[in-house]
Design a protein around this ligand. Structure first.
Ligand code: ZN
Ligand code: ZN
Length: 298
């Protein structure tokens, strides 16, 4: 039987990974009274029933930023919150071209998964439930997904830096961390020290190549997160098969951005293609990589 599109597993008390493996990772965080889903994913399979069953509580949605791979399930929820700068961006929605290109990427990834699994089984042993991609669900309507019509879902609640999301006996502090996009936030679980990084902290490729990305802001935001390392127990990230990292990953990513903005000539750069199949440059570091525009800006 085909495995379900969504992979949900507990990570620490009251916290679950809600993965669309190799694509995007949402994080379900429950307190005594309420639960929030940090990012609602691609909207390829219904997510609300799955997370409410796991948490045993009503779940509200928080988006780490407006991109369609983090907001695809918003329409299922009664409450959606996003940074204030993300409110108009979320309401503007996404284009069918952007979605069609992501679907083409997904299909290419699934074609590659067969031979990749064979190699992994024989030699590498890295694939597991968090990282092994799932087939698109039976009955998935690609045409409707590519052309979803006007954005649906409740009017978003605007978040600001320093806001506290109170779940009852557990709070999440909002950290505005622009760089990947102007509206990117991270959230820090003040009780257990989990840092939810969205698209600001990933193993990579970390996407900094878009027109809306801002490398200098990205460096400042990741330096701010690195300073929190003593208060962090786990870093929970928005993408790919390695969704969880130790706190020192915050320093690794901040140092990588610092080397880029300071023009370090020793940074290794190679040609890469992003999920839109656009040519970009990939800056390669020990535990992460960062995508940059193909043509240096300025
Ligand atoms: Zn993004
Ligand atoms: Zn993303």
């Amino acid at each position: 039987m085909a495995r379900p599109w969504l992979h949900v597993r507990p990570v620490s008390p009251g916290v679950w990974l809600v993965a669309e493996p190799t694509h995007v990772n949402g994080w379900l965080v429950a307190g005594r009274d309420r639960a929030v889903l940090l990012d609602t994913g691609l909207g390829i399979a219904p997510v609300r029933p799955v997370v409410e069953a796991a948490a045993g509580l009503p779940v509200e949605a928080v988006n780490t930023h407006h991109h369609f791979d983090h907001t695809g399930g918003n329409a299922e929820f009664d409450t959606v919150a996003i940074h204030a700068l993300g409110v108009p961006l979320l309401e503007a929605g996404t284009t069918p071209a952007e979605r069609a290109s992501y679907l083409a990427y997904t299909r290419a990834l699934l074609d590659a998964a067969g031979p990749y699994r064979d190699l992994d089984r024989r030699f590498f042993h890295l694939l597991g439930d968090d990282s092994d991609p799932r087939e698109l669900p039976e009955g998935f309507d690609a045409e409707a997904w590519v052309r979803p019509g006007p954005p649906r879902g409740p009017a978003p609640v605007a978040l600001h830096d320093g806001d506290v999301v109170d779940l009852g006996g557990r709070t999440l502090t909002v950290l505005h961390t622009p760089g990947h996009s102007p509206d990117s936030i991270c959230l820090l679980d003040d009780r257990d020290g989990l840092l939810f990084g969205g698209d600001t902290i990933n193993t990579g490729p970390i996407y900094a190549q878009a027109d809306e990305s801002d490398l200098a802001a990205f460096a400042r935001s990741t330096a701010r997160l690195a300073a929190l390392e003593p208060d962090v127990s786990l870093v929970c990230m928005g993408h790919f098969g390695r969704g969880i990292a130790e706190p020192r990953h915050l320093r690794e990513v901040a140092d990588a951005f610092d080397r880029l903005v300071s023009g370090d000539p020793d940074v290794e750069l190679r040609v890469q293609y992003d999920c839109d199949d656009d040519e970009v440059r990939e800056a390669v570091f020990g535990q992460c990589s960062i995508l940059l525009p193909a043509d240096p800006r300025g």
